[in-house]
Design a binder for this molecule. Structure first.
Ligand code: FDA
Length: 321
């Protein structure tokens, strides 16, 4: 039954303010809160602790302070200051850590100049410790503005910044050629948003085929590509392509989300591939969490078990992946 719930259903629920209020009350409560599976903590202290644990296990990681679509300049400023604080804390904890952020978190929907100024401040702070900042890719109406802002900063000489391209979008093949020609670092993903047919493939098979094409182009011509997927077929194809084309394992990395396919994470790491874990944290975890449910409705069972665990105080909250 759970498997039949559609991706669109969860992505629609992600916009529900009342569900968000209800979930926020329970999701991160106590050690067994049902969202803890995917969220590295609500506070920076918790996130630093989780990041340290990953680093001790030899895993690369990227911290993301959750938040998107801010509605005021003051909130964009607060998000920027939070990132500047993260950079300092990461440095003082001596962690080797990338950052990921969303431009709508820095005010892109208010005005581009605000977002550009905020991003520049973050890049300059990160640059001092050789830190790298990835701009996550949001839904299709935001894509052009995101790439344009990235290219402006690139032309201004910033090199510690990279982008994300979504295989689901038809435009990504052209975007990839442009990014490869620039020498920009790209993270390739399938795409987490519900998009209209006018801009995106609707069938999983078509998205997977596009992912394979883009992945080969990225491994062949890209600058230190990041292949971000939990799909064993894509991962196997990526490893095979790299082997056949003499691309050594230090010239690219795989990336996966915190809490997703931990079995596969362990196996890739054990085989000697570079693996980076995307580690989100903060109070604004609801939309991110709902996108994870949309990718795998069976995760709802984990949530229900987690809630039951809290109320009856028994059982294991989450399954294997
Ligand atoms: P697919 O959805 O086909 O899943 C393959 C297999 O992976 C499933 O069969 C299941 O076993 C497992 N799996 C996938 N999702 C799971 C989940 N939530 N829980 C449990 N198992 C799961 N998107 C975007 O639009 N913009 C962005 O900036 C990013 N950034 C990003 C960073 C990183 C590091 C990753 C890994 C992913 C993103 N994404 C993203 C999300 C991406 O677009 C996509 O929605 C998810 O990665 C799921 O797609 P898969 O490639 O894993 O394949």
């Amino acid at each position: 039954m759970l498997a039949s719930l559609s991706r669109g259903f969860f992505l629609t629920l992600a916009d529900s303010a009342s569900l968000k209020r209800l979930a926020s009350r329970y999701g991160m409560r106590g050690r067994e809160g049902f969202a803890r599976r995917f969220i590295g903590g609500e506070t920076l202290d918790e996130a630093i602790e989780t990041a340290s644990q990953l680093e001790r296990r030899g895993l690369l990681h990227t911290l993301n302070h959750l938040g998107e679509h801010v509605r005021t300049v003051a909130k964009a400023e607060a998000a920027t200051v939070e990132y500047l604080t993260i950079i300092e804390r990461v440095r003082s904890a001596r962690l080797t850590c990338n950052l990921s952020l969303k431009l709508t978190q820095l005010g892109l929907e208010l005005d581009r100049a605000t977002a550009a100024t905020n991003l520049r401040r973050i890049l300059e702070a990160a640059e001092q410790g050789h830190g790298f900042v990835r701009i996550d890719m949001e839904n299709s109406p935001i894509v052009s503005a995101t790439l344009e802002l990235f290219e402006t900063l690139w032309q201004q000489g910033h090199r510690n910044v990279g982008v994300v391209l979504q295989a689901a979008l038809y435009r990504s093949a052209d975007d990839l050629r442009r990014m490869n020609a620039l020498g920009a670092r790209v993270r390739l993903v399938k795409g987490a948003y519900k998009e209209p047919e006018r801009v995106a493939y609707q069938q999983k098979a078509a998205v997977d085929a596009a992912f394979l094409r883009l992945m080969c182009g990225l491994l062949q011509d890209g600058a230190y590509p990041a292949i971000a997927t939990h799909d064993p077929k894509m991962i196997q194809a990526g490893c095979a392509f790299a082997r056949e084309h003499g691309i050594s394992t230090d010239r690219f990395e795989f990336q996966m989300l915190y809490g997703v396919r931990r079995d596969l994470q362990a196996s890739l790491h054990a085989q000697g591939y570079r693996l980076r874990i995307y580690l989100p944290f903060g109070h604004e975890w609801f939309p991110y969490f709902m996108r994870r449910l949309a990718e795998r409705p069976a995760n709802v069972a984990f949530v229900i078990k987690g809630v039951l665990h809290e109320h009856v105080g028994q059982g294991q909250a989450f399954g294997k992946h």
